[in-house]
Design a protein around this ligand. Structure first.
Ligand code: 2P0
Length: 350
C-alpha cells in the first residue's frame, strides 16, 4: 500500500543583528565571505520567522514556498542549493536504514511567515533561510548539529548561518574552497549577558534600494577602503568584540559595534557609484546616542545600521530609562511596521 501520509515539522528562527558586519563575498555561488562576522541574536518573541515544512506523496508537482501568504519563487540557485543539500542528507539516512519512509523524493511544501517587514534591512533573509533549513532538517529528522546546518543556511543567505544559534554568534569565514569550514560558532549564549537589550528604530519599513547581494559585490569591485576593512579593521574588531563579550565589557562592546557600523557604511560610501543606506533620521539616531553617552558620562548605548536606514541600539537593562527616555522624541519621527504597533521594539535577548 502506498504511503499517503503528510509529514510535517515547524520551527521558528530569530533575527540576528551583526555587531561586526559581513560585507563582501570571495565566492558568490557558495556565499563564502571576505571576512568573519559576529552578531547578536534577538528574541524570538519579538522578531522571528515561523516556518512549516511538509512533504507527501499526495502533493502534486514541484516544491513550493508560501511566504507571508504569497507564492514565492524557489527556482533561485540559493534556495535550490538548500533543498538539494538537505535532500542529500535525508537520502543518505534512507540508504542506511530501509525502514525509514522515503521522504527525500517527495515534493516539499514550505509555509513561512515573518512578524516584521521583509527585506527592509531587518535581516529577514537571515531568519528566513535559517527557519527554512531548520524546518526541513526537523522534517527529515537529520542528526546534523546547528553548526553543520549553518553551512547549508549560509548557501541560502550568508547572514542566515548566524541565526541557527541564539546569543552571541560568530561566522568564521574559513579557508576551504568548498566552504566546509565557513560556518557559525557560538561565542556565548544569551544567558551569559542577560541584561543586554536592543531597541529597534524602524526609520522605514520600505524595501531597501540596493540589495545586500548586489551592494556588496559593487563594494568588492570598486572600493579602495574595502581592502583595509577586510585585512585590518575586521580582524581587529572580531578579536576585540569576542573579548568584550567574554568580559561583559559594555563600553568596549559599544565602541567596537559603532566603529564597525561606521566602517561598513564608509565602504558603502566609497563604492562607485556610492551606496547610501542611512538617511537623515539614521544620522539623528547616531547623534542621539552620542548625546546620551556624553550626558551619562559613560557609554550606555551603541548604534548599528545594516543595509537600510533602521537603527538598532544596544544597551543594558539598568540603563533602560536613560536610553529609552532619550529616544522618545526620535521615535515620533519614525514609522511603525504594522498597524497598532509602535515604531520601536525593545528586545530582550534570550
Ligand atoms: C550582516 N548584512 O553581517 C551584514 C551587515 C547587511 C549589512 O549580512 O547575499 O542578506 O544573502 O549572503 O546575508 C546582509 O547580507 O547577503 C548582511 P547574502 P545577506 O548582517
Amino acid at each position: 500500500m502506498s504511503d499517503t501520509k503528510v509529514y510535517r515539522a515547524s520551527t521558528t528562527a530569530p533575527v540576528n543583528i551583526a555587531v561586526v558586519k559581513y560585507w563582501g563575498k570571495r565566492d558568490a555561488k557558495l556565499n563564502l565571505p571576505t571576512n568573519s562576522s559576529l552578531s547578536v541574536t534577538l528574541s524570538q518573541n519579538d522578531l522571528r520567522t515561523l516556518t512549516t515544512a511538509s512533504c507527501s506523496s499526495t502533493y502534486s508537482g514541484d516544491d513550493s514556498l508560501l511566504l507571508n501568504g504569497e507564492p514565492s519563487d524557489i527556482s533561485g540557485a540559493r534556495t535550490q542549493a538548500c533543498f538539494r543539500e538537505l535532500r542529500a542528507r535525508r537520502a543518505a539516512l534512507e540508504a542506511a536504514d530501509a525502514s525509514l519512509p522515503k521522504l527525500s523524493t517527495l515534493p516539499l511544501n514550505i509555509v513561512s511567515e515573518n512578524n516584521f517587514p521583509t527585506a527592509a534591512g531587518l535581516a529577514s533573509s537571515a531568519a528566513g533561510f535559517a527557519a527554512l533549513v531548520q524546518a526541513i532538517a526537523n522534517l527529515y529528522e537529520l542528526p546534523d548539529s546547528p553548526a553543520e546546518l549553518s553551512i547549508i543556511a549560509r548557501q541560502g543567505s550568508g547572514s542566515a548561518c548566524r541565526s541557527l544559534f541564539g546569543g552571541y554568534v560568530a561566522w568564521r569565514m574559513g579557508d576551504n574552497k568548498d566552504g566546509s569550514d565557513s560556518k557559525a560558532d557560538l561565542v556565548a549564549p544569551a544567558s551569559h549577558w542577560p541584561s543586554m537589550r536592543a531597541l529597534i528604530l524602524v526609520v522605514s519599513a520600505a524595501k531597501k534600494g540596493v540589495s545586500s547581494t548586489s551592494g556588496m559585490q559593487q563594494t568588492v569591485a570598486t572600493s579602495g577602503l574595502f581592502k583595509s576593512r577586510i585585512e585590518t579593521v575586521v580582524p581587529a574588531n572580531m578579536a576585540l568584540m569576542e573579548d568584550a563579550i567574554k568580559n561583559r565589557d559594555f563600553p568596549k562592546f559599544a565602541e567596537v559595534t559603532m566603529r564597525d557600523s561606521n566602517s561598513f557604511h564608509s565602504t558603502c560610501a566609497d563604492t562607485y557609484p556610492p551606496i547610501f543606506y542611512m538617511n537623515d533620521v539614521s544620522r539623528a539616531a547616531i547623534r542621539a546616542v552620542e548625546a546620551i553617552n556624553a550626558q551619562a558620562g559613560k557609554t550606555v548605548a551603541a548604534y548599528t545600521f545594516d543595509a537600510g536606514p533602521n537603527a538598532v541600539i544596544y544597551y543594558l537593562e539598568e540603563d533602560a530609562a536613560t536610553v529609552l527616555g532619550a529616544f522618545a522624541p526620535l521615535v515620533a519621527a519614525t514609522e511603525g511596521w504594522k498597524e497598532g504597533s509602535a515604531a520601536t521594539a525593545t528586545v530582550k535577548l534570550d
